[in-house]
Write a protein that binds this ligand. Structure first.
Ligand SMILES: [Cu+2]
Length: 116
């Protein structure tokens, strides 16, 4: 009887610990870039909740720029680039490539929707 209570207590605290850990880990938004698009090109986040953009490139160096949040990085093939953002405003915001990558570069963009 006593042993059963111990097991229940241990299990309970383990589950509680995992839930706590999940709450502290920012959500990952994975975005892959290639001439001349991002995939996906529409992503969502929640106001005040930190997210990590994990961006990769399938072909060459691209840029990832989101002026509304003062965010930019290069996306280098063969590596994951991580950028953290805690959106402090709601709405639709454009991100785009700012490293010239050929004809069609100007159309290389996507949208972040921040829900309140
Ligand atoms: Cu480009």
């Amino acid at each position: 009887m006593r042993r059963r209570v111990m097991v229940a207590l241990l299990f309970g605290s383990a589950v509680g610990g995992a839930a706590c850990l999940a709450a502290e880990t920012p959500a990952e938004i994975r975005i892959s870039a290639k001439k001349f698009e991002y995939h996906p090109n529409k992503v969502t986040a929640k106001l005040g909740q930190p997210v990590v953009f994990v961006v990769t490139s399938e072909d060459r160096i691209h840029g990832f720029k989101m002026p509304d949040f003062g965010l930019r990085t290069n996306i280098v093939p063969g590596q994951e680039t991580r950028v953290t953002l805690t959106p402090d405003k709601a709405g639709s915001f454009t991100f785009f490539c700012d490293v010239f990558c050929g004809d069609g570069h100007e159309d290389m963009e996507g949208t972040l929707v921040v829900a309140a």
